[in-house]
Design a protein around this ligand. Sequence first.
Ligand SMILES: *Cc1c(COP(=O)(O)O)cnc(C)c1O
Length: 401
Amino acid sequence: MVKKAKNILAESNKYLIQNYQRLPIKIVRGEGSFVWDSDGNKYLDFISGIAVNNLGHQNPQVNKAILKQINKFTHISNLFVIQEQVDYSKALVQEKKGYKAFFCNSGTEANEAAFKLARRWGVFNGEKNIILSFTGAFHGRTFGSLSATSPKKYKYGFYPLLPGFKNTEFNNIKKLENIVNKNKKIAAIIVEPIQGEAGVKFGSPTFLKAIQDICRKKNILFILDEVQVGIGRTGKIFCHNHYDLNPDIVTLAKALGGGLPCGAMIASPKVSDFLTPGSHGTTMGGNPLAMSSGLASYKQISKKSFMSKVVKSGDFFLSELVKMSGNKLVKEVRGLGLILAIEFYSSIKAKNFSDICLRLGLLVILTEKKNIRILPPLNVKLNEIKKSISIFNIALRELNE
Ligand SMILES: *Cc1c(COP(=O)(O)O)cnc(C)c1O
């Protein structure tokens, strides 16, 4: 049982801009699937830094790679060849022949890069410049990505956003066909195969395939935002491997840096050369430290044996969650690999559920009011999953009382 810390927010409220609603918890240490707070409470961490720590905390190989790089150099700038970037890109595009990577520092930057590349490409392809995205989509907080993001709550007070962005209904092929037929200037369509921030909402396989078909037919770029679901989260290195898709551009971040800030856009040979020298850049992007950490993490995750363990853990987790779907408070459970969700009928019940989990030492994220998003580290142990299930069941019993 977790003790309640008092006034833990006071200093942070005094010195930090209050753009986050922080929990009154100060984490002082992490190891594997667990973290400890300043009061000595231990938590099972099924948030994983929002899908960043895919190997849990203090992964020995990642730590080793970071220390090794620190003892060489930590930053040099993109004025030079950075071998660590070459090595990481080589690994990332191993099964995507001819694709190339641009490295940056975050998910929103990866999407900005994708939009800029799409517009450059559009100049030479019918002067197209419109980016089309979907309802529920979250693509990041900078102005370009925010313009492609759909929910109003992220945008309030920040208008005017960028021109040249349009939005249509997620999982609705008819409406997609309509808007594409009406609008000849669409340069790119961007979609999350699974909408993470929206509460783990799945794009249907037919919908995702339809986007790709429309893109091919109309000469539109197909961008997949895999910032949250890439790097093994779903049991395959890229989420789109589940649907046999072949996007022109994939954006990655979150788990890409093995815990350090890192993003990437990988682009097919058809488009990658449109970003010519000087057309785009970043001072810190592809920083050697983030590259070394990321590659050390990626090497472990991308192993076939590791991926099949993720599939097994995910299948087991989901089969346990399915047993809860009979509960009268639970609307639906969903999951693919190790991104899972419990959707409640009531937002109050969902909030209470996450509060009880926290009190019992389990960290999960309340997303879009009614969804409990579950993001364990990919190397989570079976008994840790079982532990979370027993906490979920206690929480449900309490809520039903
Ligand atoms: C988190 C996220 C982003 C934004 O990433 P940041 O690193 O926070 O900029 C973009 N797209 C998706 C799908 C995300 O989950």
